[in-house]
Design a protein around this ligand. Structure first.
Ligand SMILES: Cc1ncc(C[n+]2csc(CCOP(=O)(O)OP(=O)(O)O)c2C)c(N)n1
Ligand SMILES: [Mg+2]
Length: 338
């Protein structure tokens, strides 16, 4: 049965609350600088930014244990940073450098950090949802109580892989959390032009024998609360949960998007509910931060991101010897018969 989250409750202490604010600022700053570097041709290929959606990743990953797993689609910088990836290898990956988190060969869409249980960064829409089900199956099969948190966009729920994967997870009561970041748009297609129903909790919950919840993902604390409930369920062997996180992306789909599908008024309205500002204001009200500590935080983050850029720019590119490393295809050896 779908449940709608309402009034926020305090579920974090001051220390964690401030860490979350710092992480959200770090993601925002990282993305802004990535956009600048892209425009200056320091970053090539695809690049999808996470501005506006920060609370989705921070509030949910913030409730995971270190030995849990998470997996996401191509808009992955925020999830990696929220999981604690150092911005240096993250930025180096964007610049295609060998010091990047995927050796500079994955780029923006393929961040990865297995030692933190961060299993990517996947470019094909919906492709990683069955992988999450597989990870959750492995957790259960091995007898542990780790969970797998799987993020995807509202566009991905129209893929067959989504339905196949949720069906198995529901049937076998796997410890997975399926988390749709509903920013209402897939590339340039509004939700009402891609989904027959607009309440996505209907599509991912009951049909697959799992509870579903909708959450206002501009509110990091509500995200944390609803995710915590899903985690508790999964760890207790009660099976998966489907979460619909209502969010908004502040930038285009990727770096070349004229955004004709929305107006300036839409954007201005959305920015009134910027998740970072909302959280900042709540922490100010609670007396957990003050203006001077905020300014200091912003300055430290600016320095941290600049240091990451410097590190990335000064790192070498992968060499020819890296061409065939970390891939599953064997190098091609020409045959006499060719
Ligand atoms: C199977 C497949 N079809 C099409 C694409 C092209 N494509 C890339 S992103 C995207 C839209 C996905 O939107 P959504 O799932 O809502 O994620 P968001 O970009 O909003 O985070 C599409 C169609 C793809 N990568 N994979
Ligand atoms: Mg979307």
């Amino acid at each position: 049965m779908s449940q709608v989250q309402t009034a926020p409750r305090t579920i974090v202490d001051r220390q964690k609350a401030v860490i979350w604010l710092r992480q959200m600022h770090l993601i925002r700053r990282f993305e802004e600088r990535a956009a600048f570097l892209y425009q200056n041709q320091k970053i090539g290929g695809f690049c999808h930014l996470y501005n506006g959606q920060e609370a989705c990743a921070v509030g949910s990953i913030g409730m995971l244990r270190d030995d849990d797993y998470l997996i996401t689609a191509y808009r992955d910088h925020g999830h990696a940073l929220a999981r604690g990836m150092d911005p240096k290898p993250a930025m180096a990956e964007l610049l295609g450098k060998s010091t990047g988190c995927s050796g500079g060969k994955g780029g923006s869409m393929h961040f990865f950090q297995a030692e933190r249980g961060f299993l990517g960064g996947h470019a094909i829409v919906g492709s990683h949802i069955p992988l999450a089900t597989g990870v959750a199956f492995a957790n259960k099969y091995r007898g542990g109580d780790q969970v797998c948190l799987c993020y995807f966009g509202d566009g991905a729920i129209n893929q067959g892989s989504f339905h196949e994967a949720l069906n198995m997870a529901g049937m076998w009561k796997l410890p997975a959390i399926y988390y749709v970041e509903n920013n209402m748009i897939s590339m340039g297609t509004q939700l009402e032009r891609s989904s027959a129903v607009l309440d996505l909790t209907v599509r991912g919950g009951e049909p697959y024998n799992m509870p579903s919840a909708r959450v206002d993902a501009n509110d990091v604390e509500q995200v944390a609360e609803v995710t915590q409930r899903a985690i508790n369920r999964a760890r207790a062997g009660e099976g998966p949960t489907f979460i619909e996180a209502i969010t908004y992306r502040f930038r285009g789909h990727s770096m070349s998007d004229p955004q004709k599908y929305r107006t300036k008024e839409d954007m201005d309205k959305a920015k009134l509910r910027d998740p970072i500002t909302l959280w900042e204001n709540r922490l100010l009200q609670r007396g957990w931060i003050d203006e001077s500590s905020l300014e200091q935080m912003r300055e430290e983050i600016r320095d941290q991101v600049e240091a990451a850029i410097e590190f990335a720019e000064n790192s070498p590119e992968p060499g020819p010897e890296d061409l065939y490393t970390n891939i599953t295809v064997a190098p091609y050896t020409p045959q006499e018969s060719d």
